[in-house]
Design a binder for this molecule. Sequence first.
Ligand code: SF4
Ligand code: MG
Length: 324
Amino acid sequence: MQVHFPVRSKGLRRKTTGAVRAVDGVDLDVYRGETLGLVGESGCGKSTLGNALLRLVEPTGGTVEFDGTDVTGLSQRDLRALRRRAVMVFQDPYASLDPRMTVGQTVAEPLQVHGLHRGAAARAARVAELLDLVGLDPAVASRYPHEFSGGQRQRVGIARALAGEPDFVVCDEAIASLDVSVQAQVLNLLRSLQRTLGLTLLFVSHDLAAVRHLSDRIAVMYLGRVVEVASAADLAADPQHPYTQALLSAVPVPSPARERRRERIVLTGDVPSAARVPSGCRFRTRCPQAFDPCATVDPALQPVGAAGAHVAACHLHGLVPAAD
Ligand code: SF4
Ligand code: MG
């Protein structure tokens, strides 16, 4: 799948001068009932990918299949149905809640949009159930967002997202703007909701520690591309891509003895602009292990573990050029 944004030159006669390759040839499966973590530095395209999956931004190429149906060609009507089954929990609970609506109205809105639990009494009962589900007292339905803490607002955002009983939930940096002390509570809530409701969760975050805590599998993204996918356990124990190794080496470990033994890999240089992706391996400008073919050959994802469930895009595992 691709999401390329056109870049236009300034001036009266605007013409397209290039493309920002925000998401550039990503082939990724999310399995029903799993939590897939999508991790990478800010600007690597992970939010764009999450948004494209829900068609909140339009992919410019490739397909996005949801339950076997390519959603890139959906009619408005089918898109509405998709919007009920696949939802987004946004990063900023301050910006994503309408300050003029009560919490009850906010949570009830998707019910009205999708024609669920019709009638005031049925709707109020469903809103109470949803607030209870996310650990809020149903009595708060009549209050306004400004009366709540960040963590409580994010709970309201989650209740709203779950109103239509979705199957697939994308959480885009859902804990990033919360106090550290509250982040664990919201993470635990997401984990328990995922299990009890059987949700398929895509957890998008720059925070590898949080991703590890929540995910069954993890996909690592760099500059618009997925560079490694593995189970959370395999990725942590045996990372195969130099970028993943660097990301993991920066995650604090609880034990001071282990901390001393650990080697921190410091990446030099900035992430290149997505409008100027390096030739060959896009990580080569920062890779401590880059060698000759990296400058010219774009590496494909290839199996790096015994089971085939662990894949990485790096020539250190054999020279496999990416298609196209
Ligand atoms: Fe580094 Fe080369 Fe592997 Fe890219 S292909 S991650 S530059 S070693
Ligand atoms: Mg983002």
